[in-house]
Each structure stands twice: as C-alpha cells, then as structure tokens.
Design a protein around this ligand. Sequence first.
Ligand code: GDP
Length: 295
Amino acid sequence: MLVLSGGTGTPKLLLGLKQLLGSSDLNVVVNTAEDCWISGNYVSPDIDTVLYTFSGLVDKTKWWGIEGDSFLTHDFLKVLGSTELMALGDKDRAVHIFRSELLRNGRSLSEATMALAKALDVKQRVVPMTDDPVATIITTSEKDMHFQEFWVSKRGEPDVLSVRIEGIKEAQPSPAFLELLHNEESVILGPSNPVTSIGAILALPGVREKLEGMRVIAISPLVGNKPVSGPAAKFMTAWGVPVNDDGVAALLGKLDAFVVSRDSSFLGKCVRMDTLMRTELDCYRLARNIIELCS
Ligand code: GDP
C-alpha cells in the first residue's frame, strides 16, 4: 500500500494501518515542504511525526514530538537569550542532530531518513517526497513568511493572501517515490492539508501524470466541512476554493474514490464514513474501512 502523508491527519490513519498491515505492505511518501533549519539542525516535522508514529514514540496529544520528552536545551537557550522558532524536545533534537550530521556529510534526505528509520527500528518504508530543497511560503497582509513562522510564531493569525511552494518546479520526486509510483497500482491520499501537505507532493513534476494511471483513493481532511486542526481553511480560501469537500476535490484532482465524513455537504460521488480520529480505536476503525475499500 502506498500512502501520501503530511504530519498530523494522515499519521493518525497510519497508526491504525500499522496495526492491520504487515510492515512490508506499508510505504509512506511524506511532505517535506514544511522542513526548515532550527538552531543549526534540519527539522523535517512531517517525516519525524511519521517515524515517531511507527516507532511508538509519538506524542499523541500534539501529534508532533516525542511523548514525555524534556525541553532542557530549549529552556536553557532561552536563558542564554536565544529564542528558537519552535520548542524542540531534547530527544527530538537528537534526531535532528543525527539527520543533520548525515546531510552535512553529503548524504541525501532519503538516505538520512532511511538511517533514522533503521535506528528507530521502523520497519515500514518512509520516504521523503523529494531530496531537493522546497519551502512553503505564505504571503500574509504583513509580509512573506515560511510556513513555520506563520503557524508557530504567528499562531496562524495573519490574513493569508497566497501560498506558494518555493523550489517545487525544479525539485524532483525522490528515487524511492519514483520507484513506488512505477510499481504500485493504487495510491491513498491521506487526510492531510490539501494545499501544503498533499498539495505539495502532487505539485512535484510528473507526479500528477503518474497518478493518472493509478487508482487514487483520497480521505478528506475536513470533517463536517471544517478542518480538524491546522490552517487548511485559510489556505483553501487563498487558493480560491470553498472550504468544503468540493474545494478539497478540486485541489486533489482525479479521484477514483473520495472518502468524506458522514455530515459532509459534498453531493458528488463519494464514500461516507466516520473520519474523525480522536482515539486509537477511531484510527484503527478508519484504517480497517480504508483497507476494505481498497481491496
Ligand atoms: P501538517 O503537516 O502538520 O500540516 O499536518 P497534515 O497536513 O498531515 O494534517 C493537517 C490536516 O489533517 C488538517 O487539515 C486536519 O483537518 C486533518 N486532520 C487532523 N485530524 C484529522 C482527523 O481525525 N480526521 C480527518 N479526516 N482529518 C484530520
């Protein structure tokens, strides 16, 4: 099974799929357009959440970082007068240091991710969408800013005029992503932000063309026409689509099956399910229904 993922909605589904599928049956291609360097280290938030989900480390209340992590380094940096863009936990930071060392020694993000997966005993295949630098830039009424500055420092408050993924046209899908697109017959677009997570993966050169020849199953990240979390509503409006499943469908393109929540206003061809994942049982139930739909 091939799943395209961001860092919050889809990892919840992956938690369920992990329990139901053998690890060799699960391949996840992850958005990297929210990556950034923080305090000298490369942070790849969506890859980290997917790796932590599979390794059992993820903090399931926030859906980022490691459960029970301490923040000694972050707090002492503050004492020293250095403010970090986001509060990184100590173990989480060790992961970033491990990755950054490999990158500084000339390894690709794909190689660094593979090394991390091995070190964290992750058996599923976790693949960055690209090894090339890409960045989500939000044009707000104040100024242009990186996604993380908009979402973390500014708490998503500024008005959003437009969203762009810098470097995406020049970037290439990673070698493992290309191999999966070649070998797999179907693909699941997970319940992740349709502009900045799934949208970024689909915007890589050649990806939409490859999907034309595959069975595409998408799960909407909206529940009852509203995002469960995150800035999807502002970003969809900036892209000129309505904040509902018609808007999600317009952004995702050709779909063979579109899974929406039971109370969605969508009137087109779709499959209705309970898509809100509040508990592990919810994640497991949705994963089971998606596996049934795919088979
Ligand atoms: P990011 O990379 O952290 O921005 O996270 P994603 O793009 O993976 O996820 C953000 C999206 O996940 C938001 O649009 C949410 O509405 C969606 N999401 C979060 N939790 C759920 C859930 O339980 N069910 C569904 N269907 N979508 C969810």
